[in-house]
Design a protein around this ligand. Structure first.
Ligand code: GRF
Length: 224
């Protein structure tokens, strides 16, 4: 007889606002079994974005919940909240989702909500991270995957990847280099969560029962 538990695939819901290249890396990770889960649905807060086409092409259910159709941030978050509760996902992945979520929303999904941010947090939370790093004369930029908490871009780091800033870099060349790292570390972090190795425990990111340092896991030694 088929073991019901063993046959049940974990379900990921991905929230996007744009091109969805990270979404694509996650879809590919599921298809290649790096991530032992399925993308149950893709939700965009913006209509017509390329990420929705990527979902369509991969045969993944997708919907736009257009934030502009809601009178307030709270109303939008309530609609998103209701949709996500209905989907009963194991993990909610913010992948270029450009909306600030209310503390009420975040608290409802705490421990099941992850984000990718294009800087080495705690440096450069918020927008225009690459230009700000260049303007400050930094030698390194990078990316952070972290658990989402009510503090914007402030949740515990899961993994980071640094990228060198060269003298001829501008914000777009740097963004392109950082994206390559994003597409590598996001599927990896998601696979840890799905495999039950990663959790948010007492407010700390924990991998294989060890509390991760403030910059997250060492990304080479935990790469399997
Ligand atoms: C990425 O740089 C991500 O870190 C940031 O928004 C960008 C989204 O890119 N939050 P994409 O939509 O995944 O291509």
């Amino acid at each position: 007889m088929l073991d019901k538990q063993a046959s049940k695939k974990s379900r990921i819901v991905v929230l996007i606002s744009g091109s969805g290249s990270n979404l694509q890396a996650i879809i590919d990770g599921c298809q290649h079994r790096q991530i032992n889960a399925e993308v149950a649905m893709v939700i965009s807060n913006r209509p017509g974005v390329f990420g929705l086409q990527r979902a369509e092409q991969a045969g993944i259910a997708n919907v736009c919940i257009d934030h502009k159709l809601f009178a307030s941030r709270e109303d939008f978050d309530k609609a998103l909240n209701d949709k996500l509760k209905e989907l009963n996902a194991d993990l909610i992945v913010l992948a270029g989702f450009m909306r600030i979520l209310t503390p009420t929303f975040v608290t409802n999904f705490i421990g099941k909500l992850v984000n990718i941010h294009p800087s080495l947090l705690p440096k450069y939370p918020g927008l225009n991270t690459h230009q700000r790093a260049i303007d400050d004369g930094e030698s390194k930029a990078g990316v952070t995957v972290h658990f989402v908490t009510p503090e914007l871009d402030g949740g515990p780091a899961i993994i980071q990847a640094p990228v060198s800033i060269e003298t001829n870099d501008d914000a777009s060349s740097l963004a392109a280099k950082v994206l390559i790292e994003e597409h590598r570390i996001y599927p990896l972090a998601i696979s840890w969560f799905i495999d039950g190795r990663l959790s948010l425990t007492h407010g700390k990111a924990t991998l294989d029962n060890e509390i991760l340092p403030s910059h997250g896991a060492k990304n080479s030694s935990n790469a399997q």
